[in-house]
Design a protein around this ligand. Structure first.
Ligand SMILES: *[C@@H]1O[C@H](CO)[C@@H](O)[C@H](O)[C@H]1NC(C)=O
Ligand SMILES: *[C@@H]1O[C@H](CO)[C@@H](O)[C@H](O)[C@H]1NC(C)=O
Ligand SMILES: *[C@@H]1O[C@H](CO)[C@@H](O)[C@H](O)[C@H]1NC(C)=O
Ligand SMILES: *[C@@H]1O[C@H](CO)[C@@H](O)[C@H](O)[C@H]1NC(C)=O
Length: 305
C-alpha cells in the first residue's frame, strides 16, 4: 500500500518508498536465501523454553530447549535457525528460497516459557523482488503513413514494474499513445510485461523503453535508433568523416608547407650559388694571388739557404 502511494515521481519516489516502508522490512530476492534478523541474548539464561517463528498465524519453526540443552526443532519450508542460537542469542530465521508470494509477509518470533507465550520478541516483514529481463524493443512501421509502433517486452520480474517511454532521450510520449499489459506467470507469480507505443514521429527519432523495478532499485532501458542508421554505424561514419577531413587538411597543409619550403630552398640555393660563384671568383682571385706569393716564397727561402 505505501508503495502505491509513493509511485509517482522517479528519483524522489525511491527515497520516499524507503522512508514509508516499515524500517524492519527485509528485501529477499526471489529464489535466493534470506535471513530474517532477530537477536535475543537473554535466551541463553532461560531453561525449559521454546521459541516459535510464525508467518502470520502459521508456525514456521519451533524449537524447545530442555534442561539437557538439547534443541528439538520442527520446521516447515526448510526454515532454520543457527545451531548455536541458544548460546549466541542469534535467533535469525533462515529461509532457503524466497517465494514472490511471501511479499509483504510478517514473520514474528515468540518465546514460550512454562506454557505461557511472550509478546513477539521480533517482528520482521519480508518484501520480495526479482529482476526483470532486459527489455526487448522492436519497431514496426505502418504500411502507410508516418505511424510507428514500438513494442517493449520484459519478463520474470517482481513486483509489478513501472514502464516509461522516452522520445529522443527527453520527451515523454503524447497521452494515449502507450498501452501496457502486465500478466502474472501462473506457476511462479512473476510478471510478464508488454507495452506498446504508437506515435507519429520521424524515422530517425530515438525511442527508449524503461522498465523500473523500484523494490530492487533497478532500471532497465532499451533504445531503438532510427532504421537507416544504427548508432554504431552513425558513430562510425561520423568518425570516418572526421578522420578523412582531418587527413585531407593535414595532407593539404603538408603539401603547402612542402611547396613553400621547396620554393624557399630553391631561392636559398640560387642565392647560395650566386654568392658561391662570387665567392669562388673572389677565392680564385685570392688563390691566384696566394699562389703567386707562394711561388715567390720558396725562392726567398732558397735565397736564405
Ligand atoms: C524443566 O522441565 C522438566 C520436565 O520437563 C522439569 O523436570 C524441570 O524441573 C523443569 N525445570 C525448570 C527450571 O522449570
Ligand atoms: C545471525 O545469524 C545469521 C545466520 O543465521 C547471520 O546471517 C547473521 O549475520 C547473524 N547476526 C549476528 C549479529 O551475528
Ligand atoms: C511471458 O513471456 C514469455 C517470454 O516472452 C512467454 O513465453 C510467455 O508466454 C509469457 N507468459 C504470459 C502469461 O504472458
Ligand atoms: C528526434 O531527433 C531527430 C534528430 O536527432 C529529429 O529528426 C526528430 O524529429 C526528433 N523527433 C522528435 C519527435 O522530436
Amino acid at each position: 500500500m505505501p508503495v502505491a502511494l509513493c509511485r509517482p515521481g522517479l528519483l524522489l519516489s525511491f527515497i520516499t518508498v524507503c522512508s514509508c516502508l516499515d524500517p524492519d522490512c527485509v528485501l529477499g530476492t526471489v529464489g535466493r536465501p534470506v535471513s530474517l534478523p532477530c537477536l535475543y541474548p537473554n535466551i541463553s539464561t532461560s531453561v525449559n523454553v521454546s521459541i516459535e517463528w510464525r508467518r502470520g498465524e502459521e508456525v514456521v519453526l519451533r524449537s524447545d530447549w530442555g534442561e539437557d540443552g538439547q534443541w528439538d526443532r520442527r520446521s516447515s519450508d526448510s526454515a532454520a535457525i543457527s545451531a548455536d542460537a541458544a548460546l549466541t542469542g542469534n535467533l535469525s530465521l533462515l529461509l532457503p528460497s524466497v517465494d514472490p508470494k511471501e511479499d509483504n509477509t510478517y514473520f514474528s518470533l515468540f518465546i514460550v516459557s512454562e506454557g505461557k507465550q511472550s509478546a513477539a520478541v521480533c517482528t520482521v516483514c519480508l518484501t520480495t523482488a526479482a529482476s526483470f529481463s532486459p527489455p526487448l524493443l522492436e519497431r514496426e512501421e505502418a504500411e502507410q503513413g508516418e505511424e510507428i509502433t514500438f513494442r517493449c517486452h520484459s519478463t520474470g520480474g517482481f513486483p509489478e514494474p513501472a514502464v516509461y517511454w522516452l522520445i529522443n532521450d527527453t520527451e515523454k510520449p503524447p497521452e494515449g499513445s502507450v498501452r501496457t499489459w502486465t500478466t502474472a506467470l501462473p506457476d511462479s507469480n512473476l510478471y510478464n510485461i508488454t507495452s506498446h507505443l504508437t506515435v507519429n514521429i520521424s524515422k530517425d527519432s530515438r525511442v527508449s523503453c524503461m522498465i523500473e523495478n523500484q523494490s530492487m532499485n533497478q532500471n532497465l532501458t532499451s533504445t531503438s535508433y532510427g532504421v537507416e542508421r544504427g548508432p554504431l554505424n552513425q558513430r562510425a561514419s561520423e568518425a570516418m568523416w572526421i578522420f578523412s577531413t582531418a587527413l585531407c587538411v593535414v595532407v593539404g597543409i603538408m603539401v603547402i608547407v612542402g611547396v613553400v619550403y621547396q620554393i624557399h630552398l630553391d631561392r636559398i640555393s640560387k642565392r647560395k650559388k650566386k654568392t658561391y660563384r662570387q665567392h669562388q671568383q673572389g677565392r680564385d682571385r685570392h688563390h691566384q694571388n696566394r699562389e703567386e706569393t707562394e711561388v715567390m716564397k720558396p725562392a726567398s727561402k732558397e735565397t736564405d739557404v
